[in-house]
Write a protein that binds this ligand. Structure first.
Ligand code: NAD
Ligand code: UGA
Length: 464
């Protein structure tokens, strides 16, 4: 089976970059990315390719190369579905905010809407691919909807979870550790669909790195991978607190344990807490699934990863207040970095939001600088928490376009995202412009403590 026409529903952080890379690597395939968000599609089609809605190193170059040739962005979802042989569903699956499973389960309403739309529109056989991260056994629900509400056409449902990390999405897509494809591998038709997708990835990925499994293993492997990664961050963050009271240094501990090849050195960077749109939501989902099968010990085990992460964010902010003589009321605090990690403009679940909220509850005045996050996004993140009115957020928080401006007349600076540019700021100049004692709190262990102390800062890094 040779695929000629792909549709991807959802032009977000996964759909956009993934389809751009497929379009680049498979010029003979027409790839159309569709979304109901008109503004987002308008930005993907902006003649100035630097204005595409997602910042990822290297992405704009690929979009420039492929857009209008075999990569298209559109709001005409029906037409793209009708013409496609293969449909990727890459819509958001956030934590439910209502009803049964509120605050825990994944909200599958967008997935179901896609399935119903495909069923309504499709007039010939399609391969439908779960690209979104989904609870194990979602494919059964999708199949049920497609088979029972469709026009009698045949569907093959594959699970092809995405493992890219933001900030390195293009590199991760070009050289993935593995690609995972789950399908109905027991049947001939199922295997044919799996192979059609394998052939696409095999254009640029070695075949031995393309794993095929049954659908349930594939769905569950995605949640498992995120749980294991987040668990490592919570594990090292737990150690960071122990380091602070014992005189150990968490980077030294991480280096020592990471050298053990059975443990490995990656994902052992202590931080103010992990953020991002997926770790928390996927673990909560895993906890919910486990509980719904009556597996309470399994649920409790994974829930602890989230509890530790919440603790880490809170204790960082609490330590700031305590260090600054137990009050930050009326004091100006500069926050450097709002994104949940460097090299992305994504702020979902960023630790910065929660640290800022804590400090605002203590009546601090905050000035924020982030190289890629807009003022509008920062206010929207704070407003979403609902801790105070939008007007109060706008009075207490100022967003500026330089780190130096943010730090001027500040009592304290907090580094909350590890942007490279923060390392080489003129820290002496910053120190000179701050109130004394000048507090510097490094939530990312980004800065050299010795040189900062020599300048005169009261310097605090997590895990020291
Ligand atoms: P996103 O919010 O950036 O994008 C999802 C897009 O889907 C939105 O633009 C939304 O408007 C659109 N959409 C929703 N319903 C639609 C519908 N019915 N028709 C058309 N468009 C619709 O989300 P994302 O970060 O790209 O994540 C998508 C999925 O991929 C999630 O399940 C997530 O868990 C998973 N994932 C994300 C990452 C990541 O790094 N962000 C990595 C791996 C997996
Ligand atoms: C993560 C996974 O790494 C991807 O494999 C997965 O596809 C994705 O989730 C997803 O399913 O959405 P992402 O959230 O984009 O990717 O970014 P990560 O690099 O994993 O970072 C997540 C958070 O953990 C960030 O806030 C980061 O600063 C923090 N982190 C990461 C640490 O604090 N320490 C570390 O050592 C690593």
């Amino acid at each position: 089976m040779k695929i000629k026409n792909i549709c991807c529903i959802g032009a977000g952080y996964v759909g956009g970059p993934t389809m751009a890379v497929i379009a680049q690597k498979c010029p003979e395939i027409k790839v159309t990315v569709v979304d109901i968000n008109e503004n987002r599609i308008k930005k993907w089609n902006d003649p100035d390719v630097e204005k595409i809605p997602i910042y990822e190193p290297g992405l704009s170059d690929i979009v420039k190369e492929t857009r209008g040739k075999n990569l298209f962005f559109s709001t005409d979802v029906d037409q793209a579905i009708e013409k496609a042989d293969m449909i990727f569903i890459s819509v958001n699956t956030p934590t439910k905010t209502y009803g049964i499973g509120k605050g825990m389960a994944a909200d599958l309403k967008y997935i179901e809407l896609c399935a119903r739309q495909i069923a309504r529109v499709a007039k010939d056989d399609k391969i439908v691919i779960e690209k979104s991260t989904l609870p194990v056994r979602t494919a059964a629900a999708l199949k049920n909807i497609l088979d029972n509400t469709g026009n009698g056409v045949k569907y093959q449902i594959l699970s092809n979870p995405e493992f890219l990390a933001e900030g390195t999405a293009v590199e991760d897509l070009l050289n993935p550790d593995r690609v995972l494809i789950g399908g109905d591998i027991e049947t001939e038709n199922g295997m044919e669909a799996v192979n059609a997708l394998v052939d696409i990835y095999a254009t640029w990925i070695p075949k031995e790195n393309i794993l095929t499994t049954n659908v349930w293993s594939s769905e569950l492997s995605k949640l498992t991978a995120n749980a294991f990664l987040a668990q490592r961050v919570s594990s090292i963050n737990a150690m960071s607190q122990l380091c602070e009271v014992t005189g150990a240094d968490v980077d030294e501990v991480a280096r020592a344990v990471g050298k053990d090849s059975r443990i490995g050195s990656k994902f052992l960077k202590s931080s103010v807490g992990f953020g991002g749109s997926c770790f928390q939501k996927d673990i909560l989902n895993l906890v919910y699934i486990s509980r719904s099968f009556g597996l309470n010990e399994v649920a409790d085990y994974w829930e602890q990863v989230i509890i530790m992460n919440d603790h880490q964010k809170r204790r960082f902010a609490a330590n700031m207040v305590q260090t600054m003589f137990n009050t930050v009321a009326g004091k100006k605090i500069a926050i450097l970095g709002w994104a949940f990690k460097k090299d992305t403009n994504d702020t979902r679940e960023s630790a910065a939001i929660y640290v800022a909220d804590y400090l605002l509850n203590e009546q601090a005045e905050i000035e924020v600088y982030d190289p890629k996050v807009t003022e509008e996004q920062i206010y929207s993140d704070l407003d979403y928490l609902g801790s105070r009115s939008g007007d109060v957020n706008r009075q207490a928080v100022t967003v500026v376009d330089s780190a130096l401006v943010a730090c001027e007349d500040a009592h304290a600076v907090a580094i909350l995202t590890e942007w490279d540019e923060f390392v080489n700021l003129d820290w002496k100049k910053i120190y000179d412009k701050m109130y004394k004692p000048a507090f510097l709190f490094d939530g990312r262990r980004l800065l050299n403590s010795k040189t900062k102390k020599e300048i005169g800062f009261d310097f605090y890094a997590i895990g020291n």
